[in-house]
Structure formats: structure tokens, C-alpha cells
Design a protein around this ligand. Sequence first.
Ligand code: AMP
Ligand code: GLY
Length: 419
Amino acid sequence: MKILLLGSGGREDALAWRLSQCGSCAELHVAPGNPGMARWADEVHALDLGDTAATVRLAQGIGADLVVVGPEAPLVAGLADALEEKGIACFGPGKGAAMLEGSKSFTKRLCDAAGIPTAAYRETASVEAALAAIDAFGVPVVIKADGLAAGKGVTVATTREEAEAAVRAAGDAPLVIEQFLEGEEASLFALCDGETVQFLASAQDHKRVGEGDTGPNTGGMGAYSPAPVLTDDLARRAMLEIVTPTAAWLAAQGMPYRGVLYAGLMLTPEGPKLIEYNVRFGDPECQAIMPRIAGDLAATLRAVAEGRLAEADPLALEEAHVMTVVVAAKGYPARAASGGAIEGIEAAEAEGAIVFQAGTARAEDGTLVASGGRVLNVTAAGASLADARAGAYAALDRIEFGDGFARRDIGWRELERDG
Ligand code: AMP
Ligand code: GLY
């Protein structure tokens, strides 16, 4: 089949790498892509991903049998629906189901309607109502802007003053105010074809920029898969109590979910509770999941897009542990320095790792330079998480990127638990 993969980050580089190895993938096209994705793709196309009509035209021009959508924005904008109208299979949900990520209040209402365990909440649309909600829950309390905010619309306030400041900064904008959940976070990835739901993998990421999980939030500074804290029992429970009823509810509303469902979970003493849904693979979680997939990923993604997951061979996963460490440009997440030269990717890969690219570009003379906040994803597999970490950091140490930095403690929570 001919596949068109959309996106240009580390997540999409990992998807491109894995899809290009599949027997069922005859041609891999990527758009807009990045220099890393160009290593695996048969063709790289220029594209403004915000332009749905242009994206559909590109898929038609290629004669794509399957479009795989990396980021959420085109899905929230209705790309899957536009492709469906032209009879093109799309891995990624339609506009209706993409509201799971596009609107916090949509997800909270779904949880109410389908009886899904989540934090108690109130929706507010004025400073006065928001302050009343904060007083009702007490601190700590969580304040969330409704709508896509690239991870930046959430304040976990530990004092009344902090909570009030967040509310006043939002003005009378719609907010979701939530009870604070105590526990450890883990991510669950499931495939859903509209009806059939299958567990894919667990992962954990490190959202804060600084070591020890301190400092401002980022898109993610590193991740590993599996996340042992999400035991088989807890994963089964989360599938049964959270993911499966979500898919059933969406289908019953006429919005069947086709794609990967990324559930952000809090593992509380009462069991897993839903923090949020994303309608795509996590970045960098995807980079840690792709090397674990043993089967023909392309065939499975097509079966998901075409509603045939139940008939397809279930994807086998390797026993391996995989860690990915993000190398970001200095100044990230506030103001990332761009243009810094990057060398040593081959040397890093000679260590047995794979280096997925995100914010990279080719300078006029062909050298690889940084062009974004998160730049590289150094990814290694091992028989244990400690082995995977050793491999990832040995490879990272071969990379020469003076303008970059990485956290040295990815996986610390899990590795400390190991003793
Ligand atoms: P979200 O964008 O909804 O995933 O929230 C971003 C982060 O805020 C999450 O990854 C959690 O660390 C934290 N968070 C969100 N909601 C809660 C909650 N109800 N209780 C505790 N922490 C939360
Ligand atoms: N790594 C977090 C995310 O992709 O949303």
C-alpha cells in the first residue's frame, strides 16, 4: 500500500522509521517531514498541515491507501472527515471524536455520561464561579483552560493565592476546575477502529524541563515503555473501566473513534482515573513504543482506519524496554536557540541506538542544524530499563550539539523503585 504520513516531529520520525520496515508498506510518503524522516521515506512533500484541502489533494495525488496523522491539530480541524468523503482511509479520528483532546469539558461530560472514573470537576465561565469552585474543592486544585493549549493551559495550584491568580489571569474564559488527584501518572495507548479496542502499550514521560521533574512544563523531555507502574492488572482495569466505555459511548453518539487513543492516567489508591485524553501518539512516548512493535504496523493501522481491527492479526510487542532521551535546544521551552550545528548521529547509532529527529533542518551547505525546541530523541532498547538507559546515554554522549541540553535522569522514578 501507499502511505502518507503527516507531521514533522520526533513522533513522526519514529512512525516513519517503523512503517518503512513493514512488508505491507510499498511506498512511504511524508509531509511536511524533517531531515530524519527523509532517511526512511520514498518521498518528502512540502505541505501546510493547517490547510485541510491541500492535504486531501496531496493524498489524492499520491493515490494514498492510508493517511496516518501524527499531530492532533489537523484531526481537530476535521481532516479525517474530509479524507473519508473522498474514500481515503485515515488513521486518526474525525472532528467529533477528536473533541476528546480538543475540549476538556467534552471529555468531562463523557466521563459523567459513561461512568468513567475521573477527578470531580466544575465548569465555570466567570471569575466569580471559578473562585467558588476553588473554595468548594480546597487546595491543591487544578485549573484548566478549555480547548487546545499544547499542554500549557493547566495550573496545579497548591495555595489559594496561586489558584486565584490563575483564575484572574483567565478572566471570564471557560475553565474546568478539578479536584487534585493523588498518585503516579502513566500513559496508556490503545488502538480503536470504531468498535474494537485493543491495548497497545504503556509509557511514562517526563514533562518538566529540569532534573527531578522540576521547572516549567514541556512537550516531554524523555520517555520509556513499558511503564512497569501500570501493571497488567491495572492496564486491564483501565481498559475495562475507562477506554472501552469511552469507545462505546463515542460509537453510540455516531462518532466512532478510529486511531490511537492516548489515555493520561492517575494511578490513585482507588484505582486508575482518567486525567486527559489525547487523540494521537504521545511525543516522545511514541519514540519509545515504536521499537517494541514486532508485527506489521502498517497493516494494523490500516485495519484500524478501515474498521477491521477484530479480523487483523494482533500486533506483537517485544519484551524489550525502550528509553528515549530528548535533546532540546538551549532556552527551551521559553525561547529555544536555533541554528546550532549537530554532529555525531552516526556515532550515536553505531552504539546501537537510534536517533529520531524533531526540530532539525539542513543548512545550505548540507549540515544538520537545530530548528526547533526539541531537536533529537536518542532511543535505545535493552533487556531492562537500566540497560535501555545505559544505551541511550552512551549514544547521547557521542552527539556533538553545543547549543543543546538533555536531562540526565530520565526514568529515575522507576529506576529508584528497582533499588
Ligand atoms: P492535562 O493537560 O489535563 O494532562 O494536565 C497536565 C498535567 O497536570 C497532568 O499531566 C498532571 O500532571 C496534572 N494534572 C491534571 N489534572 C490533574 C488532577 N486532577 N490532579 C492532579 N494532577 C493533575
Ligand atoms: N508527551 C506528552 C504528549 O505527547 O502529550
